[in-house]
Design a protein around this ligand. Sequence first.
Ligand SMILES: [Zn+2]
Ligand SMILES: [Zn+2]
Length: 334
Amino acid sequence: MDKTLRLWRTADGSLQQGVTSQSRSQGALVGADQQLLAVTGALRKASAELQIAKSLKVELEQSFHNSELQRAWLLAAQLPQPSQYLEYDIVVLPTASPVWRLLSGLFVGSAAKHRRDLRSADFCEAPALEVEQIRSVVNPRLLQSYLAELDSIRGKHRGGCTAIPELGRLRLPPGLYRPDLNEHLLFHGALPESIEKICKGGFDPRRGGEGVGAMFGLATYFAINASKSDIYTEEFSRRLQRSTQRTMIVARVALGAGFRTCEPQRKWSRPPDGPDGPDGLPFDSVWAANAASGGCVDHVEVMIYNKSQAMPMFLVDYRHTEQCRCAECLKRPQ
Ligand SMILES: [Zn+2]
Ligand SMILES: [Zn+2]
């Protein structure tokens, strides 16, 4: 507006040199200019108010979104309260539930790029995954032994456990139990015929690494990328069709004190001793750092060596979309 004003003043100068009959219209011009200034001022004020209103709206939406997300996490963290007489039960989650939205978001959003082949330098597109159903697993016996394990970890770490930022996206709301025991939701891929066994009897670290390479010893392996666990939903020698509906387990895992490893630990059958040596408390779990932060795997992996530190919580039934061009789809029959 200032520019227009200056321009007008330049025009004013040239007008004054002109015919006098122009002076009346010049007066009208000054009046119009003042009106324009008033309108501009009002506009500025209105626009500033609009800005404030807009940022308030964004803030409100953000806090609503945050509280919705927090609520979803709290719901997802709720422990089932099943009847003691039940062996185990599987309940379909309604797609409208906050937990469904939370889990499917974590699942689809965690898909990462993987190597074309084990030793290939070439990374393929991240899988395009589609969640079709989420079921919740309720198993009283597994819950009991998990709770007992939480109790024993709590006994060892009165002051709580150090958080692992690399796993933060999947961490259950800290402070559910004090001290915090580093509980996370993590992905676990298994063959279709093993899913039911795990829902019934839990994870078995003694079988751990079967067909996985056992890079970190005799353990149950978990991933923070659904695309990593997806690899273990079939046998490499007997791949399932691309469009097959697959099922992945989302487990609740108590990591306690997690040991960070940057190299393979093929012989381990338990986490290493703590910083105080063999007389100190051993770590409760191991996690492998990714290559980007100095580790030896492309994607973070988490290992527990003790059965009751994890329990299956949800089953995600999903497919790779028709458009998927991920490293696995390229090797799967049409
Ligand atoms: Zn411990
Ligand atoms: Zn795919």
